[in-house]
Write a protein that binds this ligand. Structure first.
Ligand code: AMP
Length: 279
């Protein structure tokens, strides 16, 4: 396994590395969800690059940034178990931003105006800044992103197409714990009680899915609100069903034909998100 701290050394190395190159950007504190992306990249490419970088510009809440979990040594061990040939890029902030740590401004076609974009101001401009930097600098043939962050996946696919970058963006299914909780680096910050309650996000999405074709969307929303009012440990932030790939909320008075349900909720200060295809 080769670890690179600067993009310059990595770009030089990549000039002799065999193609196709698959890239998996992460913020570290790796779990089986991340590893599933890396495994898929290994299956589909001659060379694989994964990055571990907690991007400051995508955190609107500075406490969230300060508390974000890190476990570089463990992460490297897990990556090495998949393959010793994987390249790992672990930059400092200045390797990406220089002295001015701020995001660029991208036209995200309104995809950043709802849900995570609405709740976390500037988040997707930060994501777009760092991901386009990776795609332009390392020119991977394929880049892998999880459906866990479905809005992020659609936004990255949108910028990749609008900037006519050469990378193929590949969405990968959500990896879940046994009780259905979507794996997330933030799960390790939950108390044991909160962890027990956290599977309610998926439970709510499944409940919605099983009724989606039978009742109008408005009643599904009412049931989800009622479901979370009963949970002492969880506060619902939003629940929404949108068109499968549009992020536009579906009609309130109609049952769900096709669509994706999105949910965000707080357990104490920890904010978790999940989503589920309704078809
Ligand atoms: P993060 O480190 O949270 O930025 O995640 C890095 C990549 O892993 C993103 O593309 C995420 O969508 C993906 N990812 C995170 N959790 C999961 C999961 N449970 N299943 C599949 N992909 C995931």
């Amino acid at each position: 396994m080769k670890v690179f701290k600067t993009s310059q050394s990595l770009v030089e190395y990549l000039s002799i590395e065999t193609r196709p190159l698959g890239m998996v950007p992460t913020m570290g504190a790796l779990h089986l969800g991340h590893l599933s992306l890396i495994e898929r990249a290994v299956e589909e490419n001659q060379s694989v690059l994964t990055s571990i970088f907690v991007d400051p510009t995508q955190f609107n809440d500075k406490n969230d940034l300060v508390n974000y979990p890190t476990s570089i040594d463990e992460d490297l061990l897990q990556i090495e178990k998949i393959s010793k040939k994987i390249l790992v890029y672990i930059p400092e902030v200045d390797d990406i931003y220089g002295n001015i740590v701020e995001s660029k401004s991208f036209d995200l076609a309104g995809l950043d105006q709802v849900m995570e974009g609405e709740k976390r101001s500037g988040h997707f401009q930060g994501v777009a800044t760092v991901v386009t930097h990776f795609l332009k600098t390392f020119t991977p043939d394929r880049a892998y992103f999880g459906e866990k962050d479905f809005q992020q996946l659609l936004i990255i696919d949108h910028i990749n197409r609008s900037l006519k970058l050469k990378t193929k963006i590949i969405g990968c299914p959500i990896v879940r714990e046994k009780d259905g909780l979507a794996m997330s680096s933030r799960n390790r910050m939950l108390t044991p009680d909160q962890r027990n309650q956290a599977s309610k996000l998926f439970e709510a999405l499944q409940m919605v899915k099983s009724n989606a074709k039978k009742v109008p969307y408005r009643s599904l929303k009412t049931s989800v609100n009622a479901f979370f009012e009963k949970q002492d440990e969880i506060t619902l932030d939003y629940f929404m069903i949108t068109g499968p790939n549009t992020l536009k909320e579906i009609h309130l008075e109609q049952p769900v034909d096709q669509g994706r349900g999105f949910i965000a909720a707080y357990l104490g200060k920890i904010r978790l998100i999940d989503n589920l295809d309704m078809s």
